[in-house]
Structure formats: structure tokens, C-alpha cells
Design a protein around this ligand. Structure first.
Ligand code: P1T
Length: 388
């Protein structure tokens, strides 16, 4: 499988016919336990939290997407994040990208700080800032790239070169996915996913995964998966696996549509800023071209005018549902300050650029012209408010 191309791996890795029946599609093994033929005599399956064949098939598939050796699947992206952080101990220090999913920030600041871990949030676009944040206790660098919701980039290879023995680099690859970016090949130790998003792709399941080539890290994550139990059920594992088979074709269309929308928004005088790594005006466009194989389906933008215009715009769009989450086939609109990033203190949030007039789009795979027309109509309908 390793020598095959991306789509072939996505469709075939872990997807052998069922050994009992020949079923072409991996069955949903809806069982919590396995009957043993004698005490200590079983076929490697003893208890559903520890192992499940549907989950194993998903883990094999997701590892293959990354050309990696190990993957553990989880019940959510946050459970996968927790598993990576479980490799640390009280007293350890983490350097984190200052723009990141609000739920990750909430977990770090309100749960793990109580457990004696410390975190420094830095603009990882500056390697000097990263170096300055490192302490003798630093054990982990945690980077989102592109970041949520400002689409900032982190140079993964450069970050990997800063890392010293005993330190881990984890990259949350949820926005780009393995189709557009290969963190492990660039020197990261672990790639973390909310599979809820592009990997499953249909906004109908919550899931997560941690992928690595490092045996020791893989074993620690696997141990935590069984010990803490944040596993996906077999039905959820199946849904993520089914979605992942079409990841490549969906990502191509997400990328195509988002580019068109980014260009459309950037050309409007009533849009103050567009954050999209595919625009030549993005400050890290050159890095995006080097590090990614496309720019993805996520973008954010700042509307001109008071916040009341932003709120009116959110009611005006029809094809973009106002909803948290991202990465599904349908387009979504999000107001990060009041939705996904509401748990970041207002001052920090605003200093980082997550303001009341920032909107985030998860561009779906509908027809590009319909999406642009919907945005154009909503922008025009709220234009009078922009002047206020
Ligand atoms: O929702 P969950 O599957 O637990 O994944 C958490 C998560 C992790 N990493 C990134 C980059 C994410 O964006 C998320 C979840 N994000 C949203 C729900 C959102 O709307 O941004």
C-alpha cells in the first residue's frame, strides 16, 4: 500500500474483505466483547474499548493516508488532542501557536494547567518568538497550520529544526488534511486530526485521530486510548472510514471553490481583509506554496462597517448555514468570537485578531457560482450598514 498514490490508499488501506463472510465493505462490528475459546485463548480481540475490527480498519486507513506506521482513532478531535498531551507530566511546558481552535485553548488553559502543565502562546510565524519561549521544561510544540480561524501558517520543517531530543512536535492537521499537507514528512512527530471535519466530510459524525511514525509515542497514545477510553464507537468509525475514501476528490473541490470565493471577497471594497493562504496577498503565501499541495477550503474575512453589519450578513446568507464545525460538503458560516473561540478571553481574542467583524467560511463543494452569488447578494443587502 505504501507505494500507492493517495486516493488508492484512501480506498484500499485496511479495507480487506471480511475474513468471516467475504463482505467487500468492512462490517460495523457492533459488539462490546468477544467470546474466548478458553481462558486466555482468543484471536487478539478481548474487549471493545481495547480493540474493535471496524476501528482497526479505520486506523489502518488513516495511517496509510499519511504514509505512517501508527494511528489511534478517538471519539473526537479533542480526545485525540488529550491523548497526545497525555505523553507529558506535571511540570512540563508546551509552546503553542497563538491562533488555534478555541476548544484546544480551553482544554489547555482550564484543564491541563490544573494538572501542572504550563503553556506559552506565541506567534509561530516568528521562529525567534518560538525560540524565546522555550524553557528547560519544554517537552512539546503544538502547532495548528493553517490556524483556526485566521489561517496563519507555521513552517513545520523550520519548527522541527528547533526541536531538541526529548521534545515532541505535534501538528494539528485538521484544516489541510494529509491530502494537502504531510506534517510527518516535514519533521513533525505526531499529526493530530479532528476527523469530524474534512476526513469524515459530511457533518454527521464526531471523531479524532493521532498519527505517528514514532513507536514510543504511538505506544503511549495507544496505552492512553485504552486507559482513558475515549474511543469511537464502531458506527462512528465506519462513518469516518467511508468519508475518508472520497477525501481527495472533495478536497480538490473545496480548494477550487475557496480560491474563487477568496478572490471574489478580496476584490470587494466593503470587505476589509481576507485571510486565505492561496491569495498572493497572504503574508505567508510563499510558505503555503512550498509546504502545502493546495490551500484548502477554509477562509476568514473582515467585513467593513460596524458589528451590526456582520450580524445582519450572517442572517442574510442562504447557502452558508450559520454553524460551528467545518469540512463538510455543505458550506458553513461561523462567527468565531461568539462561537468557536468564545472561550478565549475577549482581550486575548481581540489582540490576536478574532474580532466582532471577523467571519469564517467553511467552503463546501456546492457549485462555485451559486456560492459566490449568495455571498454577493448578502454583501449587497447589507451594504447600507457598512457606511455607518
Ligand atoms: O470537535 P472535535 O472533533 O473534538 O475537534 C476539535 C478540533 C481540533 N482541532 C481543530 C483545528 C478544530 O477546528 C477542532 C474543532 N473545531 C470546530 C468545531 C470549529 O468549528 O472550529
Amino acid at each position: 500500500m505504501q507505494s500507492m498514490k493517495f486516493s488508492t490508499r484512501a480506498i484500499h488501506a485496511g479495507q480487506d474483505p471480511d475474513p468471516a463472510t467475504g463482505a467487500t465493505i468492512v462490517p460495523i462490528y457492533q459488539t462490546s466483547t468477544y467470546t474466548q475459546t478458553g481462558i486466555g485463548e482468543h484471536r487478539g480481540y478481548d474487549y471493545g474499548r481495547t480493540v474493535n475490527p471496524t476501528r482497526v480498519a479505520l486506523e489502518t486507513q488513516l495511517a496509510a493516508l499519511e504514509d505512517a506506521e501508527f494511528c489511534s482513532a478517538f471519539a473526537s478531535g479533542m480526545a485525540a488532542t488529550a491523548a497526545v498531551l497525555s505523553c507529558l507530566s506535571a511540570g512540563d511546558h508546551v509552546v503553542v501557536s497563538d491562533d488555534l481552535y478555541g476548544g484546544t485553548y480551553r482544554y489547555f488553559s482550564r484543564v491541563l494547567e490544573r494538572y501542572g502543565l504550563t503553556f506559552s502562546y506565541v506567534d509561530m510565524a516568528s521562529l525567534d518568538a518560538v525560540r524565546a519561549a522555550v524553557t528547560p521544561q519544554t517537552r512539546l510544540f503544538w502547532a495548528e497550520t493553517p490556524t483556526n480561524p485566521l489561517l496563519k501558517l507555521v513552517d513545520i520543517a523550520a519548527l522541527a529544526s528547533i526541536k531538541r531530543p526529548g521534545q515532541l512536535l505535534a501538528v494539528d492537521n485538521t484544516f489541510a488534511t494529509a491530502y494537502l499537507q504531510s506534517p510527518l514528512a516535514l519533521g513533525a512527530d505526531v499529526a493530530v486530526y479532528s476527523t469530524t471535519k474534512y476526513i469524515a466530510g459530511h457533518s454527521d459524525v464526531i471523531g479524532g485521530a493521532a498519527v505517528t511514525n514514532d513507536r514510543q509515542t504511538a505506544e503511549a497514545i495507544r496505552f492512553y486510548q485504552n486507559a482513558a477510553g475515549g474511543i469511537p464507537g464502531p458506527m462512528d468509525a465506519y462513518l469516518v472510514m467511508r468519508g475518508a475514501k472520497t477525501l481527495a476528490v472533495r478536497m480538490r473541490q473545496h480548494d477550487h471553490n475557496a480560491r474563487a470565493i477568496a478572490e471574489f471577497l478580496a476584490a470587494r471594497d466593503d470587505v476589509a481583509r481576507v485571510h486565505y493562504p492561496g491569495l498572493p496577498s497572504h503574508p505567508q503565501h510563499a510558505l503555503a506554496r512550498r509546504q502545502m499541495r493546495g490551500f484548502g477550503g477554509m477562509l476568514s474575512f473582515v467585513l467593513r462597517g460596524p458589528a451590526s453589519r456582520t450580524f445582519a450578513f450572517a442572517k442574510e446568507v442562504r447557502l452558508f448555514s450559520l454553524a460551528e464545525s467545518l469540512g463538510g460538503v455543505e458550506s458553513l458560516l461561523c462567527h468565531p468570537a461568539r462561537m468557536t473561540h468564545g472561550s478565549i478571553p475577549k482581550e486575548d481574542r481581540e489582540r490576536r485578531g478574532v474580532t466582532e467583524t471577523l467571519l469564517r467560511l467553511s467552503v463546501g463543494i456546492e457549485d462555485e457560482e451559486d456560492l459566490v452569488a449568495d455571498l454577493e447578494r448578502a454583501l449587497d443587502a447589507t451594504l447600507a450598514l457598512a457606511a455607518r
